[in-house]
Design a protein around this ligand. Sequence first.
Ligand code: GLN
Ligand code: ZN
Length: 755
Amino acid sequence: MALSHTLGFPRIGRNRELKQALEAYWQGRLDEAGLRAVGRSLRASHWRMQRDAGIELLPVGDFAWYDQVLAHSLLVGAIPPRFRPADGRIGLDTLFAMARGTGTRALEMTKWFDTNYHYLVPEFSVDQEFRLSWEQLFEEVAEAHQSGYRVKPVLLGPLTYLWLGKARDDAFDRLELLERLLPVYGEILGRLAALGVEWVQIDEPILVLDLPQAWKSAFERAYHLLQQTPPKKLLATYFGALEDNLGLAANLPVDGLHIDLVRAPQQLAGVLDRLPSYKVLSLGMVDGRNIWRCDLEQALRLLRLAAERFGQRLWVAPSCSLLHCPMDLAREDGLDEELKSWLAFAVQKCTEVAILAKAVETPGAPAVQAALVESRSARETRRGSPRIHKPAVQARLHGIGEDDWRRPTAFAGRIVRQHAQLGLPPFPTTTIGSFPQTAEIRQARQAFRRGELDESGYEATMRAQIRLAIEVQERLGLDVLVHGEAERNDMVEYFAEQLDGYAFTRSGWVQSYGSRCVKPALIVGDIQRTRPMTVEWIRYAQSLTDKPVKGMLTGPVTMLMWSFPREDLSREQQALQLALAIRDEVQDLEAAGIRIVQIDEAAFREGLPLRQAERRHYLDWAVRAFRLCSSGVRDETQIHTHMCYSEFNDLIEAIAALDADVLSIETSRSQMELLEAFEAFAYPGEVGPGIYDIHSPRVPDREEILALLRQAAERIPPERLWVNPDCGLKTRGWTEAEAALANMVAAARALRASR
Ligand code: GLN
Ligand code: ZN
């Protein structure tokens, strides 16, 4: 029979127990022994859940206190000197200091491939040494063995680990560290073998990226060395196709290869061709990145093909670690039965894997037959369901014409009309949208949700907050005002809740980083807007002031990237449906007398595919989606967009193609360097480089802001320069936000006066 296994399981706990325990520990409400006990009980219950679902070979080492890459840095002793404890004893507090920067600068955090999970970036020095420094993995193996589980430790591979890290000051090539790192891997493998481990999973997801030749060659060197130490090695790849790395991956001296057939089913034929048949082939058949039930019949067809060649050496698994999907569908009591029948979370995905493994051998077994019937009927009800397929939405998409993607007049012409209508001073000041989400706001929202506060009471509270925000902005002398977003819990959820086609879970938490979790909305069917979503709030804000108030919307790409998307429709089509809904909102705002509308695309960059060759296609539709939502307005209406990151070199052409009138970006931490990209490209639009880092409670003074603005004015023509913070202020307190904005306005005035 094919063996069922998983590459990793969510670690945060059914009720986010790990989150609670971590936060209690950080606040001193729980001691280390208490925290460790929570970890042990979570591991035990996660192994039990997977085993009960029918998984034969369980992962160990997928648990992490904060992040698996950070845990690996501790394991191999990559601990920058500033975190090394005086007594040399590396412990949990060392780990948390690296993650959270208690007392010193934390490690950088960045996205794990194209997921919404964030890892802590390993930081290497030129004289970096590696030494086995953390016992957790071995303890966990012993723990699992004690409970009688058959486990497969999960290790981040040496090449992926180095790739994800960064050389301090970019002063050297981190690949040079490989020879120093490998002996530690040898030691780890030796320790695991001594514990009686038969198989180790070594994750090398960078094999699905475009790799420089030096890195490819390094794979061969590294794995020839590791070959010398048992246990057997399963090389795990996921998030894409091996493509040009297929030959390399297939022929490394390891005992098995895992590939992702959800993202890249087309790679099966090549792998069947090239992988020596004495190796194990593990097929990732069940989507670890999404919440849809697997099409078991389709999966089984591929498995049978592979079984012909690999027989007993065929393994079945989810496509990647289940870390990226919520834990258990059984807990969702707010979803109707039909919708539930279409979904599978981590626990259900384990069941699917187990059934598939069984089905390869005994397709006629009653349990297999029953599962196949269920899976087929889910597919059929989905295919015919009117909550998914809405002819009106599809017809509207088909009817889109050339003019719908284009503003009536080119930027140079319409900006003149906008200036005339808005009458703003040079270097206009504004903010990115949100003002502090105070306890009062959150309490009112919760009370409203629980039914303790009625609609009119809730509305009155929110209106009072809007009034407050407008008053503060008037007092500060800002030029373009915002309503402050008090009514929004989250920039995606707020809109998703009002759009037809979305669904929501109660407990569908997914770890984002450390103790932080997100609960992405589910795009279930064709998306349509049934009523205006923001107009009343913005209209109210505008009624309180003569200054222009910006309408504030979330863009189609960001809506899509931060939701669980459909798998029966391309991402492009989903983005375009979202774009049409937002387009209607933009037009309604305009009709309500709003002169500026900002459409946030915080996740525009995130959508970039992992492979260079696929980027063009993505940027193409992402740009079209943005243009579709923003092009339905008059020349006089000014469209802003906001992107909170600061690498634009590879994106500048696409950003320009968005054809927004004003773009605000994050620059405060890169000291305006990135504006070089805008200058070099001769970016045509107006730009608001963030001059205030909202992630920090520090209040920048006027001189500092002025200096940044002067630098910016060297790169961006002064008549096109805006003055704003680098993101929304919702996580800040009013005192610091006001102080910083006052300095910002003062700096803009000083700059005006000096010209
Ligand atoms: N308008 C949003 C805010 O100010 C933008 C948030 C974001 O870019 N992440 O909060
Ligand atoms: Zn932002």
